[in-house]
Structure formats: structure tokens, C-alpha cells
Write a protein that binds this ligand. Structure first.
Ligand code: EPZ
Length: 434
């Protein structure tokens, strides 16, 4: 297993290319199970989670081929060549525990398999470091379309008699809308009989990106990006070409990297419209963000102000940037308060940041952050994807050396992060864990 060694204190300066969105590519690759013919996806990042998803659809009868990166292409980051996905065998319908246990997003094959093959056996996703993550809303939505479910040996077994049937349904839960639940049900409804109206749908850009790809495949989806999505079911979907949206969480992470090091970064191939609540909060903290077309310029020159922030469903402040913001606020003036509304237990980074000299107290779903003059390098442990990103950010500004173990967590969602940071002046290296 790898670790990162970071010697803090370098101001970041230079340009970073933002990769395609992990959280958009994952459900989109799963949705390709419903298409006849070849689908070509551009901008799919190279991440261990993507490898897990392509392995899963491969086991479910897809031929998956990643092209070499086209040299000098002007179409955005040339890190990765297009990904071709072609369904060659529709007899398979099981998503094995070995893959599902490594990646919860495997649940995204449930809707497409039921809609296209009438059967799905998906291992029930287990526990998660960020808290309780049931899939009851996915099941309830698919049941309303006519699927029948039972559990068997740790698996969700779903079957459809004949074809799914469209209907009007409410999809919200205790914590609000569900992102992958909305996408799962929307995919299934695309091949159902008649119209489906999803009320209380998630509005995340990843939902919109999937809907737009499905519409290129011949689906009839409207209202995506709003809480009410209308889907007119069609007989079949055919392969298409689609470019994945930029990763808004990676963008937000690098914006905070510039802020925490009082640096100056130019971020290319990103979409700031997807981060309005984030730029709003960071503006209040004292981070300057300017944009020109698809490029943004980030700088912060003065001491950071205290703020209050509550995570919310899109377009609110994303829970996936909560830990990174907390690392920044460790160095703010006064007392900041963060409340986590989406995953109330998502605070495994608190103990590790306090090991680096942070002064953070947790009370239920709220963290109270007393700003300090500086952080100190220490040995810390990554626990989940975004918590480990926060530790990298803290390490960039901490006095001395920080060692972060178990960085496989970060490889799940950040493409070549240490190379991107080193290219703009960070003193970071990947080493083998002791
Ligand atoms: C997606 O997860 C993202 N994952 C998460 O990012 C992100 O944190 C989350 O949306 C919220 O924005 C991917 O896209 C792969 P939800 P998802 O269903 O869809 C509750 C990262 O760091 N809920 O919107 O699984 C749930 O417990 C990851 O990249 C139910 O109660 O999240 C949570 O409290 C981590 N029943 C809330 O809804 C359900 O059936 C929102 O979860 C489903 C969800």
C-alpha cells in the first residue's frame, strides 16, 4: 500500500487540468448496459473506482476498450483516450460481492439490468466509513415501476414480469433526494412502458449528465436538473458518443488547495457553474475566484475569515467538499461551524486534523473549528476518499513533514493527484507504506 509524504509550506502556483467526473462516469458506464451497439465515452478519468465499474460491466457481458490518449488533442485533457463499451452478451445479471464490497456505486447496475434484462442479482452494499448508506429508496422507486424484490444470501434479487410500467412517484428520503437512486430509477424508467414522473428527484450535475447521455441514446427525458423529472419510456436505446462533465469535487479540492497555501492556480476544463454554493462560501472566507471561459483563477492573499456552513443537496454546499473546507478553516480567524446534513457521521477526518494541531470539536452532526496559527506535520491515516483529500490539503500547509497512509482511498477519486500538485510546486511524493 502506498503513502504520501508531504513537506508543507510551498505556495502553489501554476496550471492544473481538471479530469472528468468520477461521480458522473460511474452511473453512466452502468447505464451503457441498456444500449444496443457501441457507446463511446470521452473524459472518463483513470481511477480505481472506474476500473471496478468497467470490470463489473465486463462481467455483465460488455466488451470494454480504452483507446490510447489522442496526442495533442484540443478537446480537453488528453490524459485518457475514449472508452468504448459494447454489450455482447445479455445472459448475465449478477453483480458479485467481491466487486460491490469495493465500490457502493455498483448498485447503479440494478435499474439498467432490470429494465433491459428483467432480472438483477446485486450484492447488498455493506458498511461505509462516511456513515449509514441504505439503498431503500432505490428499491422503492424500482418497485413502483413494477419490479419485485427479495433478499437472498446477502444479495438483492430483483425480477420483472413482462416490462416495467411508468408511474408518478416521490423519491425523497429523510436526508432529502438521493443522487444514485434518482439515476437508477431514471435509467429503468427510460425503457419502461408509458410515462414516469420522478418527484423529489436529485438535481446534481451528474444526474443531468446521465440524462443527456440517455437522450443521445434515444431516451425521452425532460426536467433533469430540477426536482421533477419526466421520462417517456421507449422500446430501445442505442449506443452514442458522450463526453463526461468535469469533476466539480476535484475542482473544489484544488480551489481550496490554492487558498490553503495562499497560492495562485489556474484550473482548466472545469465548470464553475456547478460550484456556486462553494464559491459563495469561499468568497466569504476571503478566497478570490475569477473565471475566463472554462478556466478559473484562484488566489487568496489575506488571512481567512470564519464562516458557518451546512452541507445540502445540490445546488447547496456539497458534502464531498466538507472535509476539505474544514482543513482550510482550521487556519481561519475565530470560530467556524460546519454542519453535515447529508451524512451526519461524516467526520473521520476530525481526529486526524486534530493530530496535525487542528482544534476541532464534534457535537452530533456539527463540528466547531477554532482557528489556529499553524498546523504541524504528523503521521495520519486516510479513512475515506474526501477525508484523505483534506489531509493532503492540511499537509500542504503544515510545518514539517506529513505522512498519509492508506492513500488507496484517494486513488479511488483523484487522478494522479500527487503529480498534479507537484507540477504546481507542492513537495509531495508517493512512497511504499512502512
Ligand atoms: C452520491 O452518493 C455520491 N457518490 C457521493 O459521493 C455523495 O456524497 C452523495 O451522492 C451525496 O452528494 C457517487 O456519485 C458515486 P445519496 P449516493 O443517495 O447517491 C440517504 C464521493 O466522495 N439515502 O444522494 O449514494 C443517504 O444515506 C461519494 O465521491 C437513503 O436513506 O448518495 C444519505 O444520507 C461519497 N436511502 C442521503 O440519502 C437510499 O436509498 C443522500 O445519499 C439512498 C440514500
Amino acid at each position: 500500500m502506498d503513502s504520501f509524504l508531504i513537506r508543507g509550506g510551498q505556495r502553489l502556483k501554476g496550471t492544473i487540468e481538471i479530469s472528468g467526473s468520477k461521480n458522473s462516469a460511474l452511473p453512466i458506464v452502468a447505464a451503457c448496459l441498456m444500449a444496443e451497439g457501441k457507446t463511446t465515452l470521452k473524459g472518463v478519468p483513470r481511477l480505481s473506482d472506474i476500473d471496478s465499474m468497467t470490470k463489473l460491466v465486463g462481467e455483465l457481458g460488455c466488451h470494454v476498450y480504452r483507446h490510447e490518449a489522442p496526442a495533442g488533442s484540443s478537446e480537453g485533457p488528453v490524459l485518457n483516450g475514449p472508452l468504448d463499451i459494447t454489450v455482447t452478451d445479455e445472459s448475465k445479471c449478477e453483480a458479485r460481492y467481491d466487486i460491490v464490497k469495493t465500490m457502493r456505486a455498483s448498485i447503479c447496475v440494478l435499474g439498467p439490468l432490470l429494465a433491459k434484462r428483467g432480472k438483477a442479482v446485486v450484492s447488498i452494499p455493506g458498511g461505509c466509513a462516511i456513515g449509514d448508506r441504505p439503498v431503500d429508496l432505490h428499491i422503492r422507486g424500482l418497485q413502483k415501476l413494477g419490479a419485485e424484490f427479495r433478499t437472498d444470501g446477502g444479495n438483492i434479487v430483483g425480477e420483472v414480469r413482462g416490462r416495467l410500467k411508468g408511474c408518478r412517484m416521490y423519491l425523497g428520503g429523510a436526508q432529502g433526494p438521493t443522487v444514485l437512486g434518482t439515476i437508477n430509477v431514471m435509467c429503468a424508467a427510460a425503457l419502461a412502458e408509458g410515462e414516469t414522473v420522478l418527484v423529489g428527484a436529485a438535481c446534481e450535475p451528474e444526474v443531468v449528465d446521465c440524462a443527456e447521455m440517455l437522450n443521445k441514446m434515444g431516451a425521452r427525458i425532460r426536467g433533469h436538473g430540477t426536482p421533477e423529472i419526466r421520462i417517456e419510456g421507449v422500446e430501445k436505446l442505442v449506443g452514442c458518443e458522450h463526453r463526461i462533465i468535469p469533476d466539480r469535487i476535484e475542482t473544489g479540492t484544488f480551489i481550496i488547495a490554492a487558498a490553503i497555501t495562499n497560492g495562485e492556480l489556474e484550473l482548466r476544463h472545469c465548470n464553475l457553474d456547478h460550484l456556486i454554493a462553494v464559491t459563495d462560501r469561499l468568497d466569504e472566507v476571503g478566497v478570490k475566484i475569477e473565471r475566463q471561459n472554462g478556466t478559473i483563477f484562484v488566489s487568496s492573499t489575506r488571512r481567512l475569515s470564519q464562516i458557518e456552513m451546512t452541507t445540502q443537496p445540490y445546488p447547496g454546499f456539497p458534502t464531498d467538499l466538507q472535509a476539505q473546507l474544514m482543513a482550510l478553516l482550521c487556519l481561519g480567524d475565530g470560530i467556524s461551524v460546519i454542519t453535515e446534513r447529508i451524512f451526519p457521521d461524516r467526520f473521520l477526518h476530525v481526529g486526524e486534523l486534530n493530530r496535525m494541531g487542528g482544534r476541532i470539536r464534534k457535537e452530533g452532526p456539527t463540528a466547531i473549528i477554532q482557528g489556529v496559527k499553524e498546523l504541524q506535520g504528523a503521521s495520519v491515516m486516510a479513512s475515506d476518499l474526501r477525508a484523505s483529500a483534506a489531509l493532503v490539503l492540511a499537509g500542504l500547509v503544515a510545518k514539517g513533514t506529513t505522512r498519509i497512509d492508506r492513500v488507496y482511498h484517494i486513488d479511488r477519486g483523484y487522478e494522479k493527484i500527487e503529480q498534479k500538485l507537484a507540477a504546481v510546486g507542492a513537495n509531495i511524493e508517493r512512497v511504499k507504506e512502512k
